[in-house]
Design a protein around this ligand. Sequence first.
Ligand SMILES: [Zn+2]
Length: 187
Amino acid sequence: MALLEVLKYPDPRLKKRADEVIRVDGGVDGEIKKLVSDMVDTMYFEKGIGLAANQVGSDKRVIVLDVPEARRQERYGDITEEKRHKKGGNLIVFVNPVVVEASGELKNEEGCLSVPGVTSEVKRASSIVVRGLDLEGVELEIRAEGLLAVAIQHEMDHIDGKLFIDRLSRIKRDIIKRKLKKSVGAL
Ligand SMILES: [Zn+2]
């Protein structure tokens, strides 16, 4: 088990778009597997429900999530499965995720391990379909709704170099940025 440091706003690495992971025989290479394992440890340690690789200083398109009580439909090849899990049994690892369908609208109060002490209401799609690879390099498709859909979109923003505060109105964002600068200055 290894815990990684979670980068905090305004670290410039949080603003960088992450790179695609190259698929190798047998899934992804050992370096990515180690990264994922450390990211999962760090997410649980920090009590987050999601974490993106660039939050821990990696430039790879990898996200991990564990949204309690989330419902989702998963498809591996031809097998579709309806899943409902409790916290800790709901781990999702997505390599190179892409949103292929999005619909509806949902406002939810979001927070972020990289923007500590701040939450704000963000508008997102309420239902999404995401495709990517799992750690074995198998294509994984997840149909998600509600909080899980929100969490996936939040993490996918991270790997595009975007924070949830970038989705707020300019006025709201400026207020939050001023607050954050003050608290950084106080440390
Ligand atoms: Zn975040």
